[in-house]
Design a protein around this ligand. Sequence first.
Ligand SMILES: Cc1cc2nc3c(=O)[nH]c(=O)nc-3n(C[C@H](O)[C@H](O)[C@H](O)COP(=O)(O)OP(=O)(O)OC[C@H]3O[C@@H](n4cnc5c(N)ncnc54)[C@H](O)[C@@H]3O)c2cc1C
Length: 365
Amino acid sequence: MTEDLDRLGRDVREFVAATGVVARCDSWMRGFDQEFSRAVGKRGWIGMTWPRRYGGGERSNEARLVVTEELLRAGAPVAAHWTADRQIGPAILRYGSEELRAEFLPAICRGDVVFCLGLSETEAGSDLAAVRTRAVAVDGGWEITGAKLWTTSAHHATHAYVLARTGTGDSKHQGLTEFLVDMDNPGITVRPILDLVGEHHFNEMLLDRVFVPERRVIGTVGAGWSQVTEQLAFERGGVERFLSTYPLLAAMVGCARRSPDRAAVERIGALAARLTALRRLGYEIAAALDAGEAPVRQAAESKLLGTHFEKDVVEVARYVLDVCDGDADAFALLADGIAAVPAGSIRGGSSEIMRTVISRAEAGR
Ligand SMILES: Cc1cc2nc3c(=O)[nH]c(=O)nc-3n(C[C@H](O)[C@H](O)[C@H](O)COP(=O)(O)OP(=O)(O)OC[C@H]3O[C@@H](n4cnc5c(N)ncnc54)[C@H](O)[C@@H]3O)c2cc1C
């Protein structure tokens, strides 16, 4: 790593330490704090790779990776800007009109807008091409009606990304369109869904004839499928897929230092070796993005392996905290981890789907 990136990592660590963040596992979903996100934005760490004229920093994806790694390692509350920074901004940058870019990208960089993702529905999760939410052309725009499910942070969001059917086509992959929708539209109802420990992170989002002006279409009407496929690589390829439980791993190391146990040290060492390989993959993905490629296969590999790694972190922590006298903070992180990891093999695409993506890419399809 270059000196410049080393310094960047140090800056982020100092920033996080100064804010007195209490570390959480899965902080990119569970840690919602818009003021924290605004402070991150002020430092220039949202939209880091985007052009300066839209508020970005024109930095490399590698530099962005340094920042995201440090924020996740600290378990910092980054949920308010995570989705917009990771995938909505890049989608707008790639396919959005100049008007859309000017409206949203600087606001995302400041941490002023919060996006939720309206992709999944009752009959469309793994198979997104089956979405039934429909947008009908009306004077000046579109009217969207449908029901989205598992919409993380919809109760906090200022805007939603919504994938809807605008036409019929020869195949179900045709006739899909991407929209940006204001959450204060009167046709939107958000109903909470509680997770297995009773926390409220995701929702059902109902849309009843929600008017969306024409300028809020991302890219080409009917070309939503190919556009969203690329967006999913951004969603899956990030280091959050294996660093969600890093605070727990760090806590284990602390406990094993204070109360050494041979088996505990060996198990932590095995996890550290796997983490090193996953980090390497993370940096390869960033380099591919910097080279203008869409690393769809590597992103699926990272998510698949990362998900299994995170489950093992929690399993090893059960043992280590027990034999190495874990303290209350470490057990709180374990509780977080136990609640978070079951979702890993489902959200952002299930492990079975990741295997399909990888094998198709290998077969050149
Ligand atoms: C914590 C969490 C947060 C989420 N946040 C959001 C969000 O913000 N926005 C959003 O839109 N969605 C969100 N989701 C939804 C998530 O993307 C879907 O749950 C996921 O894509 C799987 O879809 P599904 O639940 O409909 O399962 P299904 O597609 O019904 O799959 C059920 C099972 O069948 C298997 N399966 C399905 N098809 C195949 C196949 N072709 N080959 C092999 N196996 C198959 C799957 O692997 C899975 O095991 C979230 C989910 C979770 C758990």
